[in-house]
Each structure stands twice: as C-alpha cells, then as structure tokens.
Design a protein around this ligand. Structure first.
Ligand code: PLP
Length: 400
C-alpha cells in the first residue's frame, strides 16, 4: 500500500462548518414534521430587493456569462469604494471582488502567511477563521483578554500577545463580532490598528455586519492615515447587510496595492473571479439607496427576543448593539439534569437538549471556541421568535 493517509493531515482535522450543519439539521427536522424554531444559521431572510433581482435576471438575459476580470468587474470595484466611503483613499485596483467574504479572507491569509506564521484572532473567533488560517499554513491563536469584559480584546492584550509571538503576522478584528454581537468602539479599533502598524502586523478588519448597528449607533471606521493604511485590509460583502443575499456569494477586500495584486493573481488561478451575474446583482445593490428597513426590522426582532429571553431561568442574555445575534451565557446550567436524567456538561449538550426537547435550534459556543455560550440568530418571523422563547423557557425550567 503506497498511501496510508488518503486525506492531507491539514484537512483531515477539519470539522464541517457548524453553522452550515445547522441548516441541514433544521431541514431534516422540518422534513420529519417535528417542530423547529430556527435560531441556527446566521443569514438574512425576507425578500431580495427588486433591483438586485432585476440586475441578475438582466445579466442572464444578455448572456453576461463569459469570463471576466479575475479581480472583479471594474465598475463593481469602484462601487465598493463608494459603498465604504473610501473612494478618496483607494482606487478600484485596490479592491478584489470575491466569492463571498470567505474567499476574501482566504485570499488575504494566503497572500500574507508563510508556513508557521501566527495569526491572532479575538477571543470568540467566527467558526471558519481557524480552518481558513490552517489552509494558509498559518497557526491560529486566540488573544485572550485579561479583563473578561464581554470577550473584547484591548490594545494591551494585543501588545502582550505580539510580544509572546514573534511569528505573528496578522491580527483579525471582526467588528461587529459574530458570535457575541458586541461592537468595539472607535478608540479601541484605532488603538488596535496602531498596535499592529507599529509592530508591522496586518490589521484585518472583517466588517461584514457593519450596516446592522442599532439604537442610532454608527459603525466605528478604522483610522486611514499613513501609519495604518499599509497594514489595513478590510473585508466585507453582500451576505449580511442585504436581505436574502448570502447565496449570491459576493464579497470583497480593500487593502494595500501589493497585497491586492497578489490576491488577484492567486484568485486568477483558483476561481477566475466570482460569477458575473452575481456581480451584476451586487452592483445594483450597492448603487441603489440602502434599505434601512432591514436594520429597523432587526432592531424590533432583537427587542422582542431579548424581552422574552430575559425571563428564562439560568440564562444570562448579553446586549446586542449590532448584527442579528443574541448571545447567551448558559454556564449556570452545567451540571444540571434534564427530565430524562442526562447531565448537561457543555454548550454542545445544552444546544442538543434545546433542539431535541423544544425544537429550538441554536449554535453552540463550542463552535466558536467559547464553551458556556449559545448564539441565537434572530432574523426569523416574529411568531417564531415568540414561540421559540416560550419553548426554551419551558425547557430550561425543566432542568434540576
Ligand atoms: N465573516 C463573518 C464574521 C461571518 O459571519 C461570515 C459568514 O457567516 C463570513 C465572514 C463569510 O461570509 P460569506 O458568506 O460572505 O462568505
């Protein structure tokens, strides 16, 4: 036998995406006629904006289905800069249009990592950062904050970790944070960016939820001066800030030209750029006036969920200033028994118990390296939120 190991050691250790797995679980329960309250996968629902649909349809009608520029349609690259308010800072050549924000992240990681370089992530990293880092031959490490204030990393925490890790090449900040729904303030973002720049580390800002800020708040933009710009890469896309747009698979990065050139070069070899009709749809979205009813709807759903969740026993519900997630501390149920006598030992157990007994599907904190927590995505119908919270309350109250 020539090969004893059929799958590379790198991929063999991957767990499938937790959140996409939740979608399959919901479909399976629904097919079996079981009740299901789907707080699992983080995706916007509702209906696609008519302009987006029309542009996609038109692209197919006009047979815009041939290969295009691997870095993305030039007009979409320019439009992304206007969408981000960066048209006076960058040129369209500094933008790469990608197959979802995931590819923008992988492009960035592949473009900057040498084998065994360290990538620093915040304290509750989104599920795919670590696999993407491993794919790029980098070693992912979480920056653990000294003060346990909502898992937010401060500049001192970052300094300390950089000093300990001479091979650190990058710090990735996800703001607003998936899964915790917290938002770093402008001073902290600026301080973190400057720590990176001073140490010659890339500061990668994943801002995928940046429009979904509640209570009149605004997304804190990073500093754009000569110190920070050479190290700043911003990642964004269509998947969260627009209704029902995750399947368009369009994202983008904006960053320094040398890095962008390297990413376009890379992308030209492995996707040749994203689907052209999807790019046309994205262009229509960015060129239309933004649909703020999405933000208003999500804020109302957040209020509905949080008001109901606060009376659930044993659960501490965190505030949600942005995004569409509610983050629950469920450590107080560890060690408790379910009515059928099982002891709940970790967040996977709590998520499984809620799903099996109440039909309430949540994402376990274990998928985000934070055992002790559950994440609930709330862009679902109001009645489903209310009914799901009632079921969850009954399930938690039944623990002894
Ligand atoms: N970054 C964060 C924080 C996310 O939550 C997600 C998707 O859930 C992504 C990146 C990937 O986005 P996309 O679906 O556009 O690839």
């Amino acid at each position: 036998m020539r090969y004893t190991q059929r799958i590379s050691a790198k991929l063999d250790k991957f767990r499938p995406s937790l959140t996409l797995g939740l979608k399959a679980l919901v479909q399976e329960r629904a097919a079996r006629g079981l009740p299901v309250y789907d707080f699992g996968l983080g995706e916007t629902k509702g209906h696609l904006n008519p302009e987006i649909r029309a542009a996609g349809e038109q692209a197919f009608r006009e047979e815009e289905t041939m290969y295009a520029d691997p870095g993305g349609l030039p007009e979409l690259r320019a439009s992304v800069l206007r969408w981000l308010g960066l048209e006076h800072v960058y040129g369209p050549e500094d933008v790469v249009i990608t197959t979802g924000a995931k590819q923008a992240l992988l492009n960035t990681f592949m473009a900057i990592a040498n084998p065994a370089d360290v990538f620093l992530f915040d304290a509750a990293p989104w599920v795919s950062y670590q696999p993407l880092a491993v794919m790029s031959y980098a070693t992912p490490i979480m920056v653990l904050p000294r003060s346990n204030d909502r898992m937010l990393v401060g500049p001192d925490d970052l300094e300390r970790n950089i000093r300990m890790r001479p091979h650190a090449r990058m710090f990735l900040l996800n703001n607003p944070v998936n899964p915790t729904a917290q938002m770093y303030d402008g001073d902290t973002v600026a301080a973190l960016a400057r720590v990176c720049a001073r140490h010659g580390l890339y500061f990668v800002l994943d801002r995928l939820y940046w429009k979904l800020v509640f209570d009149g708040g605004a997304f804190p933009e990073p500093p754009l001066d000569d110190e920070v710009l050479p190290w700043l890469v911003q990642i964004d896309g269509m998947s969260k800030n627009f209704r029902r747009a995750g399947g368009l698979r369009i994202g983008w990065s904006v960053g320094p030209r040398d890095l962008t050139d390297a990413m376009v070069n890379l992308q030209s070899h492995y996707t040749s750029g994203p689907s052209v009709p999807s790019q046309r749809a994205a262009l229509a979205a960015l060129e239309s006036s933004y649909d703020y009813t999405l933000v208003a709807d999500l804020q109302r759903k957040r209020d509905l969920l949080i008001a109901a969740a606060r009376s659930i026993p044993h659960v501490e519900v965190w505030d949600t200033p942005a995004s569409f997630y509610s983050f629950w501390d469920v450590t107080r149920v560890f060690g408790k028994r379910t009515p059928s006598g099982e002891v709940l030992a970790d967040s996977d157990d709590v998520a499984a118990y809620l799903c099996e007994t109440a039909g309430v599907v949540t994402a376990s904190g274990c998928g985000f390296m934070q055992d002790g927590y559950l994440r609930l995505a709330f862009d679902i119908p109001d009645q489903e939120i209310t009914a799901g919270m009632t079921e969850a309350r009954t399930a938690f109250a039944a623990l002894s």
